[in-house]
Design a protein around this ligand. Sequence first.
Ligand SMILES: Nc1ncnc2c1ncn2[C@@H]1O[C@H](COP(=O)(O)OP(=O)(O)OP(=O)(O)O)[C@@H](O)[C@H]1O
Ligand SMILES: [Mg+2]
Length: 159
Amino acid sequence: MTMAPFTIRSEADTETFGRALAGGLRPGDVVGLCGDLGAGKTFLSGAIARAIGVPASTPVTSPTFTLINEYPGGRMPVYHMDLYRLGSPHDLYELGLWEYYGGDGVCLVEWCDRFSDLWPDDALVLTIALGTGETRTISAAGQGRGAELVTFLQSAFHS
Ligand SMILES: Nc1ncnc2c1ncn2[C@@H]1O[C@H](COP(=O)(O)OP(=O)(O)OP(=O)(O)O)[C@@H](O)[C@H]1O
Ligand SMILES: [Mg+2]
């Protein structure tokens, strides 16, 4: 497991972080977003999606109720999931998450720490911790491809 913390001082830093990460993402990558309620998981998902080229006319909103939002129009599809309201592992199978993981686009998965037994081994996990005001700490962790992305972020993002 490779891990690294990143200091975020403002919303603009979160946007910069999302853009930096997007530069290293390729089809099939899975990015988990965990952390406190309101920490900025959806905000960061939006920053990543925009940097992949999802046009401003496509809203990036919380998939809490829709469970999966799909955003076309970028250099690859962006699949935005939220596991918060899923009741059981069965629901994950029902949603067909594994058809998206490792597929033709990038998956951004909020509340990825739910059902962690079923989380893909080589995903990147970003855990956002609230600080005061707009301050956040993003802990990036992963193995395999996820570890590659942690290392990539260390060279691509400087706040
Ligand atoms: N540095 C920052 N990064 C991201 N969001 C920030 C930052 N500073 C302030 N915010 C604000 O925090 C809020 C984060 O809301 P967002 O919906 O992204 O959180 P979330 O983690 O997805 O919440 P939920 O747990 O409901 O899914 C937004 O209103 C955003 O404007
Ligand atoms: Mg959210």
